[in-house]
Design a protein around this ligand. Structure first.
Ligand code: SF4
Ligand code: SF4
Length: 148
């Protein structure tokens, strides 16, 4: 669904990913649960042990595992700006940016949004949606695209 057709309010966000890959290059962690590790290992035709040893690392809070990233912070599975494990990608990836917008839209000030969630503003789908909104509507700023 194109962003301009997005219905919000009580409806969940359904912004359409524009496949720019920006969220896959942003510094941070892609958390992976045990079922997600199974699905990813199966997708890659690897054993779960090999997958964990070669493609995950301990999360910074030590509460689980995250995907390995490259030195430039991009995800290990980003290749030619495409996700190599698209069919099995973790829910954290599948939910971005719509779940974030569901939580934040109308509940956070522009300053907080810019300070705490710069990655969200770096998403073209979010930017396209924001540009359809009246300036200052829902407490969010009207601003230009900030993708890297
Ligand atoms: S798993 Fe795929 S969608 Fe998720 S960050 Fe990596 S490349 Fe991007
Ligand atoms: S930043 Fe937004 S548009 Fe770009 S790949 Fe991620 S979800 Fe899709």
């Amino acid at each position: 669904m194109p962003p301009e057709e997005k219905e919000h309010g009580s409806r969940p966000f359904q912004l359409a990913c524009e496949q720019c890959g920006a969220c896959c290059r942003w510094p941070g962690e892609v958390r992976v649960s045990a079922p997600e590790i199974s699905a990813l290992a199966s997708h890659l035709k690897m054993s779960e042990q090999d997958f964990v040893e070669s493609l995950t690392r301990l999360r910074k809070d030590r509460r689980g595992l995250a995907l390995v990233e490259r030195a430039n912070h991009s995800c290990i599975f980003l290749e030619n700006n495409q996700c190599r494990v698209h069919e099995a990608k973790p829910i954290q990836c599948r939910d971005f940016p719509n779940r974030w917008m569901d939580h934040l839209w109308g509940r956070i000030s522009p300053d907080q949004l810019q300070r705490l969630y710069p990655m969200l503003l770096g998403c073209p789908a979010v930017q396209d949606f924001l540009q359809t909104q009246p300036p200052g509507d829902q407490g969010l700023p009207s601003m230009g695209r900030t993708t890297s």
